[in-house]
Write a protein that binds this ligand. Structure first.
Ligand code: BES
Ligand code: MN
Ligand code: ZN
Length: 498
């Protein structure tokens, strides 16, 4: 779909469809009022007859309004004006795009972007509208022999702004929105790919392709190189698999060479059976999403490179399968991590932390300003926060604050969880420096505590995305989260958020 920005009045648009909003109950927004006036009260007549109340999620398609230049007008219900906020705004855009795809219109002019959304800027509205529109039209059907065909798909979407002097800012926000949407779509697709296709070697190949396209530094470490570095914790997870593990490193330099990079570390378990501590069979297919941390840091890298943000960014992805097998790690095994700390593996299903700890130690060599890891780490985090918020942990409160704010801004929220020392004792082991599990209670926190033992040398945050990276149910699929949060954080740092 092609996007553009325009400022002008709705009745003068030569367009296949003009989209305007109606608040509950029956209150026309300003662009709807302009169309109504131009057409001699056509819309208010219809509304008076009771065909449109303005409830959120409802729409009404009108044809050939008198004295207007467009073929159609789509009225979109916005709900109560007082309750119209960020979520409702995105919802209205989503609804519009879905309905437009079902009408005959090839192009449309959306006037919803002129609406006030609390104190949000024009830039915010354009960015979010672009993201919501592309999110609503994302499809993953490369494995369907018959693709679902849209008869006359929407090809061109024009987002309108109220004033001409907002055009420049809106154009910039549109470019940002497109970049973030592209990164989000990449993360969704990598997540949705089946685990027989998307294995560690595949992820490494994708990283190489991205490096070529955007002129990024790229290094792929294989098993031998990891062995030499002493990454025995990471390698202990890969033992049961026939797929070779990879450590993927991408680096982007958008700022001065002297500026220390932000390092993003993404959990890349391309399939998690649990290993010898085998998971139950129900819904095990969903463990193909256990590389969504990796997918999201790769998606973020792509968005950042596309925007050419003035930041230095390095992405590290430990990629492996977690399989049972004659050579797999056993509960009770003790391994030495790259940091030198020893770990008693009490449960081979707590594998995420075992690969992340070595990747985090590896991150030290980049002399990072900040390190953020992203992982589908614990079922306990899903119990705590459901599918709404990502679990956020940090060894510095100001970093947690910045990430939480970025999530608010991006409509991709995270919630700050405690990382108090009191929880560290859960990881005590009689035989090694620590155990890899902390027992039943506070599981998301003890997992974060485990990681904190490998991040003492830098400012660090951990995002547990087990509940937010994918949706279950009938329209199951990867969400692409937290690409919007991470890109907003980096844009904020770069001073590029308007
Ligand atoms: N990949 C899972 C976490 C997960 C579980 C994500 C369910 C999404 C939904 C992780 O590797 C895992 O298995 N964690 C265990 C840890 C436990 C053994 C301490 C868990 O959460 O059950
Ligand atoms: Mn697991
Ligand atoms: Zn896992």
């Amino acid at each position: 779909m092609e996007f553009s920005i325009k400022s002008g009045s709705p009745e003068k648009q030569r367009s296949a469809c003009v989209v305007v909003g109606v608040f509950e109950s029956r209150k026309l927004t300003l662009p709807a009022e302009l169309l109504d006036k131009a057409s001699g009260g056509y819309i208010s007549d219809i509304i008076r007859r009771g065909d449109m109340e303005g409830k959120a999620g409802t729409t009404l398609l009108l044809h050939s309004l008198p004295s207007t230049l467009c073929d159609r007008v789509l009225l979109v219900g916005l709900g109560k004006e007082k309750e119209f906020r960020e979520k409702e705004f995105a919802g209205a855009i989503r609804t519009s795009v879905k309905v437009l795809n079902e009408t005959g219109a090839f192009d449309a002019s959306i006037f919803l972007t002129e609406l006030q959304v609390r104190k949000r800027s024009v830039g915010w509205r354009i960015r979010q509208a672009t993201l919501a529109a592309l999110d609503a039209t994302y499809k993953f059907e490369q494995f369907k022999s018959k693709k679902e065909e849209i008869r006359r798909p929407l090809r061109k979407l024009t987002l309108s702004v109220e004033r001409r002097n907002e055009l420049g800012m809106a154009e910039e926000a549109l470019a940002q929105g497109l970049a973030i949407a592209e990164g989000t779509a990449l993360a969704k697709t990598l997540g949705n790919l089946p685990p027989n296709v998307c294995h560690p070697t595949y992820l490494a190949e994708q990283a190489k392709v991205m490096a070529e396209q955007f002129k990024l530094g790229c290094e792929i470490l294989d098993r031998n190189e990891m062995e030499e570095l002493g990454m025995h914790s990471l390698l202990s997870v890969a033992r049961g698999s026939h797929q070779p593990p990879k450590l993927i490193v991408l680096s982007y330099k958008g700022a001065r060479a002297s500026e220390n990079p932000v390092v993003l570390v993404g959990k890349g378990v391309t399939f998690d059976t649990g290993g010898i501590s085998l998971k139950p069979g129900a819904d095990m297919d969903e463990m193909k999403y256990d590389m969504c941390g990796a997918a999201s840091v790769l998606g973020t890298m792509q968005a950042v490179a596309r925007m050419a943000l003035p930041v230095n960014l390095t992405v590290v992805v430990p990629a492996t399968e977690n399989m049972p097998g004659g050579n797999a790690s056993r509960p009770g095994d003790i391994v030495t991590s790259m940091s030198g700390q020893t770990i008693e593996i009490l449960n081979t299903d707590a594998e995420g932390r075992l690969i992340l700890c070595d990747a985090l130690t590896y991150a030290e060599r980049f002399d990072p300003d900040t390190v953020i890891d992203v992982a589908t780490l614990t079922g306990a985090c899903v119990v705590a926060l459901g599918n709404v918020a990502t679990g956020l942990f940090a060894n510095k409160d100001s970093l947690a604050r910045e990430l939480q704010d970025a999530g608010e801004d991006a409509n991709d929220r995270a919630w700050h969880m405690p990382l108090w020392d009191d929880y560290q004792e859960l990881l005590k082991s009689p035989f090694a420096d620590m155990a890899n599990i902390g027992g039943r209670w506070g599981g998301a926190i003890s997992a974060a505590c485990f990681l904190s033992r490998f991040t003492k040398k830098f400012e660090w945050a951990h995002l547990d995305i087990a509940g937010t990276a994918w949706k279950s149910g009938s329209d199951k699929g990867a969400t692409g989260r937290p690409v919007p949060l991470l890109t907003h954080y980096l844009m904020q740092r770069a001073g590029k958020l308007n």
